[in-house]
Design a protein around this ligand. Sequence first.
Ligand SMILES: [Fe+2]
Ligand SMILES: [Fe+2]
Length: 315
Amino acid sequence: MTILIEQPDMGSQGEDKRVLSDNNDLVLHEGFSVPKSVQDTRFDAPEINSFGHSFRDYDAKSERQQTVEEFYRVNHINQTYDFVKRMREDYGKLDKVEMSIWECCELLNDVVDDSDPDLDEPQIEHLLQTAEAIRKDYPDEDWLHLTGLIHDLGKVLLHPSFGGLPQWAVVGDTFPLGCAFDESIVHHKYFEYNSDSKNSTYCTKNGIYSEGCGLDNVMISWGHDDYMYLVAKENGTTLPPAALFIIRYHSFYPLHKSGAYKHLMSEDDVENLKWLKIFNKYDLYSKSKVRIDVEKVKPYYLSLIEKYFPAKLRW
Ligand SMILES: [Fe+2]
Ligand SMILES: [Fe+2]
């Protein structure tokens, strides 16, 4: 079965040519510090994507623009605080499926992202391209390799055995609920039709939150990020907090690209964000024609899965 994911993958961000700016010390959690020499590594990003265009260049494919805008229209109308609360409660039970990380990777092998402008390979190619590109530059950070492999596994939400959620509830950029929708969010105008916009408590800068409360206390729109975070956390992964942060917020472009909502971050969030910014470059730029020999790298990733996850996971 092939499931087409019409993932807009951030229509408004434009070409991302950001360079790493994290020369600060990467203060990590116990056992996961990074040597300065490794911090200075720069990702050698390719200039063009699989289609021969610049990355995130939506002008090059204007027929996609309407699809992207329609996606965000529906997404912005339906992602409400109550909707996200319901989804977190339901999927937090992890009573859908039991399978290993690798089995899930193989399930995603049939999934082709039909509207991601940079990607026309099966999802597992993207996962392995991301992981292998990180591995090349950060050979000692095996937790970050595994994070690359699993960061998009939550897209199985589209699969019938996971509830077959619509695309607006699985992919696209994420944003907080319960406080004002920041202007930097792509196609912001459609929030006018979101019922939360009529709730005056939700329409202030802090909304129901307080400054520095920490992103862990903030409700973020529902999708593959938050789902995979729940799966990893509730199954007792030993991956470090930075890995869980990356998985949970990698589509939170208003934060890690535009710098919005920083006032809600805790000190831990500020540290973890440094890793997310590093990760994002690999997530974005590894979508190229570099083919990965799956069978060759599989033993390595199976060893990481064994190290950081129990044998079978509840999903
Ligand atoms: Fe993703
Ligand atoms: Fe990704």
